[in-house]
Design a protein around this ligand. Structure first.
Ligand code: ADP
Ligand code: MG
Length: 240
């Protein structure tokens, strides 16, 4: 049997005596769009941060192609990240922001130039390379953040509520962009949201969190049509 692409095993995270994540186990196939859905405080971000390497788990493991990532520092995990308010470097241009992860990896100039153009085209901001982030809308800044996160072709992309600071119209527009980018790049995505509509629109599979545990995991249809508990039924059925 082949190893799963990304595997979260019995992951637990405690803050003092409070357990935020209770022994969560998930296998994620390559290329899957998996969403952590659930109410505020249910442990979604904490789980994501353990994968990113921002927080060391209390116990359990995170495996990439069968090898533990726990001893690998965050910046060496080759995981792209986009957050709610992604702090772009305000003093750098859009192109320089996208180039940044390639510069720190000491990629040759020609490759950096080619890759920046490719990424700006992927997020449809071809003509914005020379601007500064402050001159862009919130939605455009999130697209730059996406371009930067994907610039060095990370196999995994983590997104934590990347759209929640945007208005509804922009949210829908960028949701469509994210879907297209997932299709075009094949990158494996772990996405966090508390918005069930967003989860249903974007995901191949949804893990519904409740109090630090996965209440149910499956396709949007599984959760919608075959909820395994009252909690799942009401959370998925509840349209904010
Ligand atoms: P979500 O992303 O689902 O909203 P989080 O993973 O951020 O939830 O948080 C889960 C629980 O862990 C919450 O009760 C939160 O208050 C708690 N928590 C998160 N980070 C810390 C921390 N650094 N110290 C103490 N408690 C924390
Ligand atoms: Mg969170």
């Amino acid at each position: 049997m082949t190893e799963p692409f990304l595997s979260i095993r019995d992951l637990r995270k405690a803050f003092g005596s409070f357990v935020a994540v209770h022994d969560v186990t998930i296998d994620i196939p390559r290329g899957q769009f998996l969403t952590f859905l659930g109410p505020s405080g249910s442990g979604k971000s904490t789980t994501l941060y353990a994968i990113a390497g921002f927080q060391h788990p209390t116990s359990g493991d995170v495996l990439f192609k069968g090898r533990s990532l726990l001893s690998v520092p965050s910046h060496k995990r080759n995981i792209g990240m986009v957050f709610q308010r992604y702090t772009l470097f305000q003093h750098l241009t859009v192109a320089e922001n996208v180039a940044f992860p390639l510069r720190v990896r000491r990629r040759p100039d020609a490759e950096v130039k080619r890759k920046v153009a490719e990424m700006l085209s992927l997020v449809r901001l071809e003509s914005f390379g020379d601007r500064h982030p402050g001159a862009l809308s919130g939605g455009q800044q999130q697209r730059v953040a996406l371009a930067r996160a994907l610039a060095y072709d990370p196999p995994i992309l983590l997104m934590d509520e990347p759209l929640s600071a945007l208005d509804k119209k922009l949210r829908e527009e960028i949701q469509a962009e994210i879907r297209r980018i997932h299709r075009e790049t094949g990158v494996t995505i772990l996405y966090v949201t508390h918005d069930q509509d967003e989860a249903l629109h974007l995901s191949d599979r949804i893990a519904l969190f409740r109090d630090g545990r996965i209440e149910q995991i499956g396709t949007g249809e599984d959760l919608y049509v075959r909820p395994q508990s009252e909690f799942v039924a009401s959370f998925i059925g509840n349209s904010n």
